[in-house]
Write a protein that binds this ligand. Structure first.
Ligand code: NDP
Length: 337
């Protein structure tokens, strides 16, 4: 496959222009671009420019408002509600971040209830941003129905990512960010595009039979990680991101959105906790560093996020590559409006 190398600044300008040309205002184009460039910058191509055509599809279909102006309201002492007003999630997250941090510092714990958003990105950027402020952060969102509950053969859950961030003494926070499916849909799409087989246990085909064919998996259904245990996490995320917030369950997002490669409407719950307000105000950071040290003393163990951080400096200096066909498509989507 032919590839083209881009520097992060070039990629940022490319994405920003493309989103502006397709109906975003500057604030939405910048915030949405930032999360794609963060993904490319950390070596996570499934949530980088690969997503841009899907964002454009959602803008062109008219279901996402590229000029949405999210509103913020403190609806309870420690609950901040952001109404994304039908826009992409990134601007709503930017608007909600500082109020969430302030509410968590005030109360020890606070929640951000995001509704009316179309989430199509990795969750680690928003979780890392909170953990960088010295807070512990948890984020969940439900996407469109793609994953069968344990024992089933039809899609019900979204791929429902969950991210968790914890501040470190030196260096970036520890952040894990994982889908409830064995493999995220974006990774399966990339495997299909590049002709790679899937590992066994990732998916069922449209007849409900196990498959390692990525294209058959896209026609069929993904499986939750860890059988019924991952399925239980899928249930929890649906209830927290949809039941709790009054937003779409993944099946409702699927039923109200055409399967056109763009995001469906849903909600996201973020919880921020101030570790200094839970009983170990002085020692919590050093104590948790002892835990990380004990963990990393084992050969073969690394922390989640280490791969991304290792990629960060390298990609900042020398850029990243995307398929030439994707680059041409982005140029076409920018010009042919
Ligand atoms: P992965 O399975 O690739 O990784 C999950 C986590 O495990 C990462 O934090 C990763 O860290 C860590 N990890 C991987 N290998 C190891 C290891 N050997 N030791 C320790 N930690 C490890 O992620 P998924 O495929 O499940 O999800 C990919 C992305 O898709 C996520 O960013 C998620 O937010 C996004 N997504 C978004 C959706 C949406 O609707 N918005 C829907 C579903 C997924 P590292 O990165 O350092 O490897």
């Amino acid at each position: 496959m032919d590839k083209i190398t881009l520097h992060l600044d070039e990629a940022r300008a490319l994405s920003h222009q493309c989103l502006l040309a397709n109906g975003c205002d500057d604030a939405n184009a910048a915030a949405t671009t930032d999360v794609m460039i963060a993904a490319e910058g950390d070596g996570c191509p499934s949530h980088g420019l690969f997503r841009l055509p899907g964002y454009v599809t959602a803008l062109r279909s008219g279901r996402v408002d590229g000029r949405a102006d999210p509103s913020i309201e403190r609806i309870a002492g420690a609950v901040v509600r952001v109404d994304g007003r039908g826009g992409f999630a990134p601007l709503a997250l930017v608007r909600g971040r500082q109020p969430l941090i302030e509410a968590a510092r005030e109360n020890g714990i606070a929640a951000l209830s995001l509704a009316g958003i179309f989430h199509f990105a990795a969750l680690w950027p928003e979780t890392e941003a909170i953990a960088q402020e010295g807070l512990c952060a948890l984020a969940v969102t439900a996407s469109r129905s793609l994953v069968a509950p344990a024992g089933g053969t039809s899609a019900l859950f979204g791929t429902n990512p969950m991210a968790f961030g914890w501040p470190r003494k030196d260096g970036p926070p520890m952040v894990f960010d994982q889908a409830v499916s064995v493999m995220a849909q974006g990774e399966v799409m990339i495997a299909a595009r590049e002709g790679h087989e899937l590992a066994p246990g990732v998916a069922l085909d449209s007849e409900g039979r196990p498959t390692i064919d990525a294209k058959a998996a896209i026609e069929g259904v993904l499986l939750p990680f860890g059988g019924y245990k991952g399925s239980a996490i899928g249930i929890m995320i649906e209830l927290l991101a949809a039941g709790l917030l009054g937003e779409n369950f993944a099946f409702e997002a699927s039923e109200t959105t055409p399967n056109d490669g763009g995001p469906g409407r849903g909600g996201e719950l973020m919880i921020a906790m101030d570790p200094a307000r839970f009983g170990d105000a002085v020692g919590w950071l050093a104590h948790s560093e002892q835990f990380f040290e004990r963990m990393l003393a084992q050969d073969g163990v690394r922390l989640p996020g280490d791969r991304r951080h290792a990629n960060r400096a390298r990609i900042m200096a020398s850029g990243f590559s995307i398929p030439t066909a994707l680059h041409e498509n982005i140029l076409h989507l920018t010009e042919a409006v």
